[in-house]
Design a protein around this ligand. Structure first.
Ligand SMILES: Cc1cc2nc3c(=O)[nH]c(=O)nc-3n(C[C@H](O)[C@H](O)[C@H](O)COP(=O)(O)OP(=O)(O)OC[C@H]3O[C@@H](n4cnc5c(N)ncnc54)[C@H](O)[C@@H]3O)c2cc1C
Length: 623
């Protein structure tokens, strides 16, 4: 699908069609303000741009559930959810945002149900709920069933439902359009629009808009081993850096302990709950040493760190697919599980192992390693979804610029996210940002007699200029190629895919699960001496612009490089261990100096912003 009215000024352009982008579009269109506008015969002009067909967005991969204290199975209270979220985030959570998250979670889930999400049901017809790590009753007591689910495909259900609702509302989509630039006015105070390439034709478009919302998802592709889909290259975060904005708490990346080696695909915790055991090269069930009480079922970050400690101590194993490769895995031993029980309780795990590793979990040991799963940080936003700058003392909102979902940081996840809270974040804060947008649009709708033409001209000029520059760059990328399939740069030159793999390995060695000043310093050096020059020399091997996926891959790897630098700089500046981040050289949490959000810019400057604490002062960390 391509948009019809491109030459016009849009009221709002939304970049991203996952749970966050689609929730924002629906929040906007269903607001009372827009209903009133429509009664006056004015229809807001909204465009949703997505580099993928919307139903391929990563939201569709979420299996487990969405958290809400519905209390359908066991008694629950949103205050408990609120507390768990703060504690799970190791107290780096802004409590005003977490309060909204927990308080409005039940309403968010019920709204999803009313729109058509087919949740699993209890026998008496209520939405079914299951347990997820870290969700408790009575402020840290016994576990509670809080995650509403739809078999093992909650994300698929949510994504399809929201998309169908958008189609019903007549939302205009630009599908398989890749956004290359976020454009602000010259003084950086206001959003002006975006530049995007229609990948079907290879044509660059200037898209003018009074409001822009970034909902581009996470950045798992920073690491070689990730559970994220191929498209999660942190584009929105890199676009923000490139337009002079900061990223908040970007050093916090959650790793899931059991990713299938070399694919990163998640093997659910259920594999260990059913009796799977982690073993090192010597066959030792090493979790007994690190967590004598919970062993293989200790918290995710504890298991991930223990696996990396074994690998660092030389007790790792090589992936059987690459026997001479690095010994950077450990074994998951499921051979003790009764094969019948395995087929019944773990069908998805068994299928993944058979199809992607060609191994039989009833007989073979399975190579696994921690896999990059979720980006806690991102574009800093207010609880109404507005992107802001931090000058060391106060926030200044960028007019007309919004963000939502995994690419944003409203700071509900702090230093570590609780399972089930990210779909909730994307749907709830996505909807809220859509409503804020609606209120702005009503003040000054495009095409209305109130439209401010002089200011529109300024915005238009800024976007047109950015599009011209992007066009020139595209020409250069294509000129670097000769005939189809050939390169005039000699054989040694690198392609974007190989470079992405190299960057992923560097980041993995530097930051996966644990880091230190040395690992960060090494990575920064390699980034600047080897990766950046290689990225600058990239060119497409085919002259054709239409469907030239190598061109978008070049932009993606360049985005990843800018983001990698920011993540490394923010990690370097945090001299403590907190949540998902373990610094070997600063093993303790340091509330006196680092109970604060990092704010990093493209030039590597890191400043800190206080955490909003309203109800629950930090408690000591429990291991
Ligand atoms: C395997 C897996 C399982 C998960 N399970 C759960 C779970 O059980 N519960 C839970 O709460 N969370 C879970 N999560 C996390 C959760 O699914 C995500 O955080 C959430 O879906 C993110 O939604 P989003 O809308 O922000 O981004 P996404 O759904 O990733 O969508 C991003 C959108 O941005 C677009 N885009 C990106 N860059 C560009 C560009 N340059 N130009 C144009 N468009 C662009 C893409 O096309 C896409 O439409 C899971 C994640 C994974 C990877």
């Amino acid at each position: 699908m391509s948009p019809k009215r491109l030459e016009d000024m849009y009221d709002a352009v939304i970049v991203g069609a996952g749970a966050a982008g689609l929730s924002a579009a629906l929040g906007l269109l269903r607001s009372p303000e827009v209903a009133e506008l429509r009664e006056q015969g004015l229809d807001p002009k909204i465009l949703v741009v997505s580099k993928l067909q919307p139903l391929r967005s990563h939201t569709g991969s979420a299996e487990g559930g969405i958290a809400a204290s519905l209390g359908n199975i066991e008694s629950d209270d949103w205050h408990w959810h609120y507390y768990d979220t703060i504690k799970g985030g190791d107290w780096l959570v802004d409590q005003d945002a977490a309060k909204l998250l927990a308080e409005y979670a039940p309403e968010t889930v019920i709204n999803l149900e009313r729109q058509g999400v087919a949740f699993s049901r209890t026998e008496d017809g209520h939405i079914a709920q299951r347990r997820f790590g870290g969700h408790t009753r009575d402020f840290g007591g016994e576990p509670v069933k809080r995650a509403a689910y739809a078999a093992d495909r909650i994300g698929h259900q949510i994504l399809h439902t929201l998309w169908q609702q958008c189609v019903a509302q007549g939302v205009e989509f630009a599908e398989e359009w890749y956004v290359t630039d976020l454009v602000l006015t010259e003084d950086g105070s206001q959003a002006a629009g975006i530049v995007a390439m229609d990948t079907h034709t290879g044509k660059i478009h200037a898209i003018h808009a009074r409001n822009v919302l970034i909902a581009t998802g996470g950045a798992g592709r920073l690491f070689h081993t990730t559970s994220n889909s191929w498209d999660l290259t942190g584009d929105g975060m890199a676009l923000a850096l490139a337009s002079g904005l900061q990223l908040e708490d970007i050093e916090f990346v959650q790793f899931h302990p059991t990713g299938l080696a070399h694919t990163g695909i998640l093997l659910s915790e259920a594999a260990r709950a059913e009796g799977g055991i982690l073993r090192n090269a010597e066959g030792e069930a090493f979790m007994e040493r690190y967590a004598p009480e919970h062993k293989d079922l200790a918290a995710r970050d504890v298991v991930s760190r223990s696996i990396m400690a074994e690998i660092d101590a030389g007790r790792g194993v090589a992936d059987p697919k690459d026997p001479n490769g690095p010994k950077d895995c450990v074994w998951l031993d499921m051979t003790g599980i009764d094969p019948k029980r395995m087929a019944q309780a773990l069908p998805q795990v068994v299928e993944t192992i058979e199809q992607y590793a060609n191994l039989d979990p009833a007989k073979d040991l399975i190579p696994i390693k921690p896999t990059a799963h979720y980006t806690m940080g991102g574009l800093p936003i207010t609880t109404d979804g507005e992107v802001y700058r931090w000058d060391g003392t106060r926030r200044t909102v960028v007019d007309g610029l919004f963000a939502a979902g995994e690419c944003s940081c409203v700071s509900v996840h702090g230093a570590n996210r609780l399972g089930g809270n990210s779909l909730l974040d994307a749907c709830l804060f996505g909807t809220r940002s859509g409503r804020t947008l609606a209120a702005r649009i009503v003040e000054n709708p495009a095409g209305s007699p109130m439209a401010d033409d002089a200011s529109d001209e300024l915005l238009t000029a800024a976007v047109d200029q950015a599009a011209d520059m992007r066009n020139q760059e595209l020409d250069k990328l294509l000129q670097g190629s000769t005939a189809a399939g050939q390169s005039d740069h000699g054989e040694g030159d690198e392609n974007a895919y190989a470079l992405m793999a190299r960057l992923g390995s560097i980041m993995e060695r530097a930051l996966a699960v644990r880091c230190s000043a040395d690992t960060i310093g090494n990575a920064l050096e390699q980034l600047n001496t080897s990766i950046r020059p290689a990225a600058e020399a990239l060119h497409a091997h085919d002259k054709t612009a239409a469907f030239n996926q190598e061109v978008t891959a070049i932009w993606e790897v360049r985005h990843l490089i800018e983001l990698a630098e920011a993540v490394l700089q923010a990690s370097d500046a945090r001299h403590e261990s907190r949540g998902s981040m373990r610094r070997l050289d600063f093993p303790e949490r340091d509330d006196e100096h680092f109970l604060a959000h990092s704010m990093v810019s493209a030039d590597g400057t890191v400043t800190f912003k206080p955490v909003i604490i309203t109800d629950y002062p930090p408690k000591k960390r429990e291991y």
